[in-house]
Every structure is written in structure tokens, then in C-alpha cells.
Design a protein around this ligand. Structure first.
Ligand code: ADP
Ligand code: ADP
Length: 229
């Protein structure tokens, strides 16, 4: 069953001589409980794709359906609600509030969500039960990113969108973060799309989607997905 589906997704920035076709007719379906990774050179359209699917940006043409709803027909107000209720975001930088503990950073989200887990549950899922009362400055980059992931999943989003979550981490720490995402995908069944350059991801994702010049050049299905412990 599809969670979202794009058809002919096209995004053009600028106009005339400075026109950039960031996306040029992209058709992608993300299924329930699926974990996909988006790979491709810098500038190939991956972030633009993720931002549109997450309701942070709108396409020039083409459509996005989220379940049976057409996202591309939503008003600003509906998009705001879609982002709040249905989507979790993780970015390269963690954007934690420095004056709040890990637990309090996650609680900011759980206090306003409709059907949240507790901050304790969310932090346990990323293996940070022993860091709940630490402040961001007392944690490593990988731990801070895992707090950011706990914050993103605490509202039980249907879709988790991660734009270079390992971009600021060394590769070993990056692997721990990707494994946390895979474990969440297994345990909660959250459909997950990840942009990363970390090669390990190809073993833990169900599908790898390659972008080149705003188009999809290849889709590889991973039959032997390694299940993280
Ligand atoms: P990727 O994530 O694969 O690196 P992006 O989606 O960030 O690719 O960018 C795709 C293309 O769109 C690039 O040529 C980039 O320079 C351009 N682009 C992205 N965002 C903007 C913007 N806000 N204004 C103008 N051009 C943009
Ligand atoms: P409004 O409540 O403004 O009349 P809608 O009923 O179309 O507009 O939906 C508003 C919001 O409710 C959407 O932005 C979406 O986040 C959410 N929503 C509720 N049910 C669904 C569903 N089955 N599929 C997708 N989104 C839904």
C-alpha cells in the first residue's frame, strides 16, 4: 500500500537564462513500512524532492498524493497541518534547544501532538535512555542526532524524511544513526526516506533510488536487506 506517490514531479527555480530544473518529471511511490534511500550527485534534486513530499515546498508541475489526498492541492493551512501531524523531519543539523535536556527537547513535541509516545519511549527507541537529562552540549554529535530522531518520531508520523542525517558525523557514528533509523523502521513501521552519502545505507534500505539531473536514473531493490538487531 502506498503512503505517497508522485507523478511527473517537476520543479523549476528561476526563469529565462537562470532557469534551473531541479526536478524533471519524477515518479516515485513510497510504500507502507518501507525504507528507501535517495542517492545521487550534489544538485541532482534529492533535497527538492524530499522538501516537496514533506510539504515544505511546492512543485512547478506534477502531483503528490499522500494516501488518498492530493497534497499538491492543499492550502497553506492544510500543508501546515500535514507537516505537523503526518511527517517527521531530520536534517543534517540537529537544531536542539541548548537550554533544554534531551527529555525536554522531545517533550516540546509530545506536548502538542495528537497521539504521541512519551519522551521516555522515544528516547529508548534511539538507545538514549541513559542520556535523558543531558543537555545537548554534554552529548556527542551522534547522540544529539539521535535526540533529534526521537523528537521526529515521538508524534508517530506516518512518514519520516531525513535529509543528510549523517552529514555532520564521522562514518562510524553515521552508521549508528542509520542503524537507529532502520530499527525504528522495523519496530514502528514508519515509512522512511533518507538522503545520505554513507555507503552502509545500501545494505539497510529496502530500495535505493538514484537521482541524476532531476530525474530518476535507476531503482534498486535490496532483496537481502540486513535486519539491524
Ligand atoms: P541535491 O539535494 O541532490 O543536492 P537539490 O535538490 O538541493 O539537489 O538541488 C537541485 C538543483 O536545484 C541544484 O541545481 C540547486 O542549485 C537548485 N536549487 C535548489 N534549491 C534552490 C533554490 N531555492 N533556488 C534556486 N535553485 C535551487
Ligand atoms: P480541512 O480540515 O481544512 O477541511 P482536510 O479535511 O482536507 O481539510 O484535511 C486537513 C488535514 O487533515 C490535511 O492537511 C491532512 O494533514 C489531514 N488528514 C486527515 N485525514 C487524512 C487522510 N486520510 N489522508 C491524508 N491526510 C489526512
Amino acid at each position: 500500500k502506498a503512503v505517497f506517490r508522485t507523478e511527473g514531479l517537476t520543479k523549476i527555480y528561476g526563469s529565462g537564462d537562470v532557469e534551473v530544473r531541479a526536478l524533471n518529471g519524477v515518479d516515485v511511490t513510497l510504500y507502507e513500512s518501507e525504507m528507501v534511500v535517495l542517492l545521487g550527485p550534489s544538485g541532482s534534486g534529492k533535497s527538492t524532492f524530499l522538501n516537496i513530499v514533506g510539504g515544505l515546498d511546492t512543485p512547478t508541475s506534477g502531483t503528490v498524493h499522500f494516501r488518498d489526498r492530493e497534497l499538491t492541492a492543499y492550502s497553506e493551512r492544510q500543508l501546515t497541518r500535514y507537516r505537523r501531524d503526518h511527517v517527521g523531519f531530520v536534517f543534517q543539523f540537529y537544531n536542539l534547544i541548548p537550554s533544554l535536556t534531551a527529555w525536554e527537547n522531545v517533550a516540546l513535541v509530545t506536548e502538542v501532538a495528537r497521539d504521541p509516545m512519551t519522551p521516555d519511549e522515544a528516547l529508548a527507541l534511539v538507545d538514549l535512555s541513559d542520556r535523558m537529562s543531558h543537555f545537548p552540549a554534554q552529548m556527542s554529535g551522534g547522540e544529539q542526532q539521535r535526540v533529534a530522531i526521537a523528537r521526529a518520531i515521538a508524534k508517530r508520523p506516518e512518514v519520516l524524511l531525513c535529509d543528510e542525517p549523517t552529514g555532520a558525523l564521522d562514518s562510524k557514528t553515521g552508521i549508528l544513526v542509520l542503524e537507529a533509523l532502520a530499527r525504528i523502521n522495523n519496530e514502528l513501521g514508519t515509512s522512511t526516506a533518507i538522503i545520505t552519502h554513507n555507503a552502509t545505507i545500501q545494505e539497510i534500505a529496502h530500495r535505493v533510488i538514484f537521482f541524476i539531473d532531476g530525474k530518476i536514473s535507476e531503482v534498486k531493490t535490496n532483496e537481502t536487506r540486513i535486519r539491524p538487531s
